[in-house]
Design a protein around this ligand. Structure first.
Ligand SMILES: N[C@@H](CCC(=O)N[C@@H](CS)C(=O)NCC(=O)O)C(=O)O
Length: 219
């Protein structure tokens, strides 16, 4: 199978979700680092007209939007499926992928993760404490809901690893590095255990910020 190219900025949770999915599927992949300052310039803007990362390229087929990318990888690569057969578990997976995009990223990780980690590390910005404080109520709501949906299951969509885990874990792992994490998870013990189980997987160990940096340099 020809290799999958992932254009990303090391540290991007969306880029990491695509890379970790490729590793779960045992698919050959390469990282192409996109310099943050050139994300809205050529050649990247032709790959992604909205000027974001990641972008996936496979045999000349170019795709953006992480949900589309991980679904494509799951369909294109034979072997262990990351979409449940059971229609209700599949619906739960779809729901959590959207929760991850709409509620966990927007207004939560895009604020707390960005202000605390990405902004300072990538753009040398200082955290905006007022923005972080304003994001906390929404963050608590998302954490409580993910805890409720996870329940005592091993994975977010039930007993099987799915694309929902691959998308949510990279957002939550970034948040786990922030000082807000302890308060956010005070009442979500199952989510904390799930994150530890996920982080023990090869796909997560091989896609830490540092590892993606090394993969990008080696490419
Ligand atoms: N809906 C997009 C979201 C991608 C996204 O927001 N990526 C962030 C990095 S994690 C980005 O490109 N940020 C750069 C910017 O907004 O300037 C997807 O699913 O791929």
């Amino acid at each position: 199978m020809s290799p999958f190219l992932v254009y990303t900025i090391p540290g991007s949770p969306y880029g990491r979700a695509v890379l970790a999915t490729l590793i779960e599927k045992d698919a050959p992949c390469r990282v192409v680092a996109v310099p943050p300052e050139s994300i809205r310039k050529e050649p990247h803007i032709s790959r992604h007209p909205f000027g974001r990362v990641p972008v996936l390229e496979h045999d000349g087929f170019v795709l953006y939007e992480t949900q589309a990318m991980v679904r494509y990888v799951d369909r294109a690569v034979p072997g262990k499926p990351l979409t449940p057969q059971d229609i209700r578990a599949a619906a739960r997976m779809d729901q959590i992928m959207n929760i991850s995009d709409w509620y966990l990223f927007h207004g939560v990780n895009s604020v707390i993760g960005f202000q605390r980690i990405v902004g300072p590390r990538v753009l040398s910005l200082s955290p905006d404490e007022a923005a972080i404080a304003a994001a906390k109520p929404k963050a608590h709501k998302v954490f409580r809901e993910l805890e409720r949906l996870l329940g005592t299951n091993e994975f977010l969509a039930g007993s099987q690893l799915s694309l929902a885990d691959m998308m949510a874990v990279t957002q939550l792992d970034l948040l786990s590095e922030t000082p807000e994490w302890a308060a956010l998870t005070a009442e979500t013990p199952n989510l904390v255990s799930w994150l530890a189980r996920m982080n023990a997987r090869k796909s997560l160990k091989e896609t830490t910020w540092e590892k993606v940096n090394l993969l990008a340099r080696a490419a």
